[in-house]
Design a protein around this ligand. Structure first.
Ligand SMILES: Nc1ncnc2c1ncn2[C@@H]1O[C@H](COP(=O)(O)OP(=O)(O)OP(=O)(O)O)[C@@H](O)[C@H]1O
Ligand SMILES: [Mg+2]
Length: 250
């Protein structure tokens, strides 16, 4: 094989085909045999790739199932333990911990409930998810204020699941670092222009914040999911110039 420049100036690979090979086959037969072998190799690669991705999906489901079951067991144990606590404060704290673990299990279940569905009413889905997150994020189990607002759009599940995980990370961060009101907003000007924002009214991001270079895992998960859905992440000030707004187009 040698590199040459084609008519349009692009480099192209040229293969010299012997007029007769060692088995004395004609050039056409040699090429046909090589093409057949290449196609067979390609088919094998594709089959292996499909098998690997099916196996990966199955392992992820199995892991998720075990994780949720494990969390439910922990929640029951904490609840049991709270009944034999020595002081009323200890009873309360153990019950709060039990509720948080149970809510975390619900959030995980909700995010994977859609695994076998094709399309989803996105606003309803986010409202349910945020209800679970609200119970999880409040200190005393009374519920953290999260408002879900905007257009109700039906979207493919393959998009809703990563967007759900993104909301999970961004709302958790807003509750952790902004400690104020959280708004999850869907804007749908057209099918080609849909945006999902998580907005808070907290102190804003630390100076020099770069989502790619932090120590935390949350922003890295968000960036990789945004890339997975072919979207774009924008970081702006929140409503009325206060707090932070993370926007993803989808
Ligand atoms: N809504 C927000 N308001 C203010 N600061 C924020 C907000 N969201 C993120 N941050 C800042 O960005 C940093 C990176 O967030 P990231 O989610 O990647 O990590 P983390 O929350 O610290 O850890 P992890 O997500 O792994 O539990 C946070 O440590 C925090 O300083
Ligand atoms: Mg985080």
């Amino acid at each position: 094989m040698s590199g040459q420049t084609g008519e349009a100036g692009f480099p192209m690979l040229v293969r010299r085909v012997p007029i007769h090979d060692r088995q004395d086959r004609k050039p056409y037969d040699v090429l046909a045999a090589e093409l057949e072998a290449a196609l067979a190799r390609e088919e094998t690669y594709l089959r292996e790739k499909k098998e690997l991705s099916e196996r990966q999906a199955m392992l992820a489901q199995e892991f998720e199932h075990r994780l949720v079951n494990g969390m439910q067991v922990i929640a029951s144990l904490l609840s049991l333990q709270s009944r034999s606590a020595k002081t009323p404060e200890a009873t309360d704290q153990l019950m709060i911990a039990a509720r948080r673990v149970a809510s975390l299990a619900r959030v995980h279940r909700r995010l994977h409930l859609l695994d076998h569905q094709e399309r989803v009413e996105f606003k309803v889905y986010l409202q349910n998810l945020c209800e679970d997150l609200s119970a999880l994020l409040s200190q005393d189990g009374s519920g953290y204020a999260i408002v879900v607002e905007g257009a109700d759009v039906e979207i493919p599940t393959t998009r809703a699941i990563p967007l759900g995980f993104i909301v999970n990370e961004l709302v958790t961060n807003a509750a952790k670092y902004a400690e104020g009101h959280v708004t999850v907003r869907i804007e749908a000007a057209s099918q080609a222009d849909r945006r999902l924002s998580v907005i808070d009214d907290g102190p804003g991001l630390p100076a020099g914040f770069n989502p790619e270079h932090g120590n935390g895992l949350g922003m890295k998960i968000v960036l990789s999911l945004v890339q997975q859905i072919g979207g774009e992440l924008r970081i702006l000030p929140g409503d009325n110039g206060r707090g932070t707004r993370f926007t993803v187009n989808f």
